[in-house]
Design a protein around this ligand. Structure first.
Ligand SMILES: Nc1ncnc2c1ncn2[C@@H]1O[C@H](COP(=O)(O)OP(=O)(O)OP(=O)(O)O)[C@@H](O)[C@H]1O
Ligand SMILES: [Mg+2]
Length: 835
């Protein structure tokens, strides 16, 4: 600044004390230090007058703080004595009359006296020189300390610009340093004033340092407090957040109320339902457990399901049988045609039950070929006794757990099928049809038949234990009915608990009646047809039975009738409902295509070496053609057609018999030596076994050797011994039905089977010419028209020596055989013939 020279009056000349007479500017709340440039706003008239006066002379002014800022009109006593002698650098008059002035402190000064003046304070001021300390080391130490602390202070305070730190570092004069620092730290007015009044530089440095440290400490504590408060704030905020979240969770759990309601609901259900005592306790216990659980947890769901199962089971609900025995009979008659014996047996069973009032009787087991009405009779029994009906198909069930359920510990565990179906029935005394027990199988997962044993044993089933249910369930009021195609594969222990009722299959007239009375009506209804729309003639139904089905039951017959009904329904739907369609035998191929079977095919084919045997299969009886052929060779025997061991032995026995009787047959004794015999039984792909084709094979071989034809309208069955005796066979009824179906005229059967004819329908017996035989010679007589000598002449001992071949033991009907014997017969394949 160029005009600085004007202030030369302030220069210290030879340390002489200078006294000045200059205007005084009283300051509110601020202490101006030397070396400090301060902007000031001046409003008071007196102050403005002082400034104006200063401006007129050399711009010198003395700035002193007021002791109290509040005083607008301070007197001499209100003003400190020590201040800063300064100069005005700039003065600006503002439009509102106030003045903004920039002043610079130059030196310390002390008021000597006030010079009387009307307009402002005029004072005589003595300039104060700094008192330099001799202790340079202390001074230096203080300077360093101050510089260091100032940096800390600047950092902490944030009000001091960091540039100031550099400025401070570059100040050499210790006095100036003390003043600059003092002006920059925030101190109370009194403290600042005190600093201004310390003239010894070292003392001032020390005081500044002390104050600054005090400030620093305060600021550090402040900082600490701030941090703590912030932390506290954060914690409070966290707490708030958590609380909010908790509230949200609780809201979710407002389902808690729902849960409470649910528990109350379960308790109510428990009160209303009559459970077994064990089950009651269990449910009570489980509800208690449930209460302790989180409502939405997986365990709670498991427990809930379990309680539901227990509460849903029909523990004491049962249906009353309102029907008298007579009414039951009527219902059975309504549902099924024929089956006289079956119905009779069922009625007996019901009669006993109504007397003993408890279901302790044996389990009924309906055995017979497919489609004979086993399942539907079981259903009819339910109707006749006013019970619910449930059915469990055991075909392919190989896991015990399917019967008995899984333990609750398994994920997704459920009770077994028995309990599931009883629940479905909704009463504890349904008719429970265990369908196809013969198809039950077992593997590594356990033996389901073992579980069934418990179910079917009247001594045990009042406390049936399901793995899932855990508590015992009383099955003793359930009426179990089982069905099977064959008995052989049913485990012996199971068979032991059952009373077998056989449904052998229907004759042609029976089928016709069933079709007329039941199947046609049923299918018409199912397809939306009425009597006005469609009519089947007897001829048509017979044609379907003969040419489109070959079965023991009526399932295919039903299917074919359904097929015709569907086609008629389509026709009527397109052509209008007033169409009446009459189905006669000629119309059948139009609906069902070319006939599948040639009725009467067997008839009339008298051939050499071809004899018709009768087989028993699990799907009913069958006709079995047995062919023998001779060719040049070395006396070998060939057998084809998948013959089982027993049947092969039977063929051997038949050949031996023929050879043994060669002489009687008028054959050369060595007739077989250059001849090979081939016995074949079509259909080649179906396995066949059993000894009962013996006489048919022998007839076929004898016919081939003697070149005599066998009657084509003849069929036969019977086991043969090496000496030509004929042993009885099993499955006679089915075999005779098959013969009847196949249009056979004459049937040869063992004399010992005569008693079995009681089971055979009268019309079959009437249609067939049945010949009873005891010896093979009698068979050949009928079949080949051979007239052999009387049997008595045949000396059994003296006949050619033939090593005896064990063919088979005494033959009894299958169901009379021991299990072991039966197993050697095992007919695992549906299409296996037992001859
Ligand atoms: N005597 C009958 N009177 C009336 N309908 C019958 C008679 N026999 C069988 N049916 C009918 O034949 C159909 C087949 O019967 P069902 O299903 O009971 O045979 P199934 O013996 O159980 O055969 P599968 O061994 O194949 O189970 C049913 O629609 C049934 O109503
Ligand atoms: Mg069935």
């Amino acid at each position: 600044m160029g005009n600085r020279d004007m202030f030369d009056f302030l220069k210290n000349k030879d340390n002489e004390r200078t006294t000045l007479t200059i205007p005084l500017l009283p300051l509110r709340d601020v202490v101006v230090f030397p070396h400090m440039i301060v902007p000031l706003f001046v409003g008071r008239e007196k102050s403005i007058a002082a400034l104006e006066s200063a401006m007129k002379s050399e711009k010198g002014i003395f700035m002193v703080a007021q002791k109290s800022a509040q005083k607008d009109e301070p007197t001499e006593n209100d003003i400190y004595k020590v201040g800063a002698i300064g100069v005005i650098i700039q003065l600006l008059r503002l439009p509102d009359g106030t003045v903004k002035v920039l002043v610079e402190g130059k030196k310390r000064g002390i008021i000597k006296e006030y010079i009387p003046n009307e307009d402002f304070f005029m004072v005589s001021v003595e300039e104060i020189q700094d008192l330099d300390d001799k202790n340079q080391i202390k001074s230096e130490a203080l300077i360093r300390n101050i510089r260091e602390s100032f940096e800390t202070y600047a950092k902490l305070s944030k009000k001091v610009h960091m540039e100031m730190v550099n400025t401070i570092a570059s100040i050499d004069s210790s006095s100036k340093l003390a003043d600059v620092v003092a002006s920059h730290i925030s101190l109370k007015l009194e403290e600042k004033q005190k600093l201004l009044e310390i003239f010894n530089v070292n003392d001032r440095l020390e005081a500044v340092y002390e104050l600054m440290l005090g400030e620093i400490e305060i600021m550090e504590v402040e900082e600490k407090i701030k941090r703590r408060v912030k932390k506290q704030m954060e914690k409070t905020q966290k707490d708030y957040y958590l609380n909010e979240q908790m509230r949200a969770i609780q809201k979710e759990m407002g389902e808690k109320d729902e849960f409470r309601n649910e528990i109350a609901e379960l308790e109510k259900r428990l009160k209303q339902k009559k459970l077994s005592e064990e089950a009651y306790k269990k449910v009570k216990h489980e509800i208690k457990k449930l209460q302790m659980m989180a409502p939405m947890s997986a365990e709670a769901t498991v427990v809930r399901n379990y309680i539901d199962w227990l509460l849903d089971m029909p523990w004491s609900d049962k249906t009353e049988n309102k029907h008298s025995l007579k009414e039951s009979e009527t219902i059975l008659e309504e549902d099924h045609y024929g089956l006289k014996q079956v119905k009779e047996r069922i009625l007996e069973y019901l009669a006993v039950q109504s007397l003993v009032k408890k279901n302790k009787g044996p389990i009924l087991c309906f055995v017979g070929p497919p489609g004979v009405g086993k399942t539907s009779v079981a259903k009819s029994v339910a109707r006749a006794t006013n019970r619910k009906f449930v059915r469990l198909s055991l075909g392919g069930v190989r896991d015990e757990a399917e019967i008995r359920g899984h333990r609750r510990t398994y994920i997704g565990a459920l009770p077994g099928k028995i309990i599931q179906l009883v629940k479905k029935a909704g009463s504890n005394n349904p008719v429970f049809c265990l369908d196809e027990v013969d198809k039950l199988s077992s593997d590594f997962r356990g033996d389901p038949s073992a579980a069934l044993l418990e179910v079917l044993d009247p001594e045990q089933n009042n406390a049936f234990n399901d793995n899932y249910l855990e508590v015992d369930y009383d099955l003793s009021d359930v009426m179990f009915i089982t069905t099977a195609n064959i008995l052989q594969t049913i485990p012996a222990a199971l068979q032991d608990r059952m009373e077998v009722i056989r449904l052998a299959g229907y004759t042609e007239p029976e089928k016709l009646s069933i079709a007329k009375k039941f199947l046609v009506g049923k299918e018409m209804e199912a397809n939306g047809l009425t009597k006005d729309n469609i009519f089947f003639t007897d001829g048509a139904l017979l044609a379907i039975i003969r040419q489109y089905t070959r079965e023991a039951g009526v399932r295919n017959l039903e299917r074919e009738i359904a097929s015709i009904c569907r086609k008629v329904a389509k026709k009527i739907a397109t052509n209008g409902t007033n169409n009446h369609i009459r189905i006669n035998s000629k119309a059948i191929p139009k609906y069902l295509g070319v006939p599948k079977f040639r009725h009467g095919e067997i008839e009339g084919r008298d051939e050499i070496g071809l004899c018709i045997g009768l087989a028993w299969t699990e799907v009913g009886g069958e006709l079995l053609a047995i062919e023998s052929s001779l060719m040049k060779g070395t006396g070998k025997m060939v057998m084809t057609g998948k013959l089982g061991d027993v049947m092969q032995e039977s063929v051997q026995a038949a050949l031996t018999y023929v050879r043994a009787r060669a002489e009687k047959f008028g054959l050369d004794l060595n007739f077989y030596k250059e001849t090979d015999v081939h016995v074949h039984v079509p259909e080649g792909a179906i396995p066949k076994d059993g000894p009962s084709a013996g006489i048919a094979v022998a007839t076929s071989i004898a016919s081939a050797f003697m070149k005599k034809t066998v009657r084509g309208d003849l069929a036969m069955t019977g086991e043969i011994t090496l000496r030509g005796r004929i042993l009885p066979i099993g499955g006679l009824k089915e075999k005779l039905l098959a013969a009847h179906r196949g249009n056979i005229k004459t049937v040869i059967i063992p004399k010992d089977n005569e008693k079995d004819l009681a089971d055979v329908p009268a019309n079959v017996l009437k249609a067939l010419d049945i010949v009873f035989v005891e010896h093979m010679d009698e068979v050949l007589k009928v079949a080949l028209g051979l007239d052999l000598k009387e049997r008595e002449e045949f000396d059994e001992e003296a006949s050619i020596h033939i090593p005896s071949i064990p063919v088979s033991g005494a033959v009894r009907p299958l169901e009379n055989c021991s299990v072991k014997e039966r197993q050697s017969y095992l007919l695992l394949d549906n299409n296996k013939y037992s001859c």
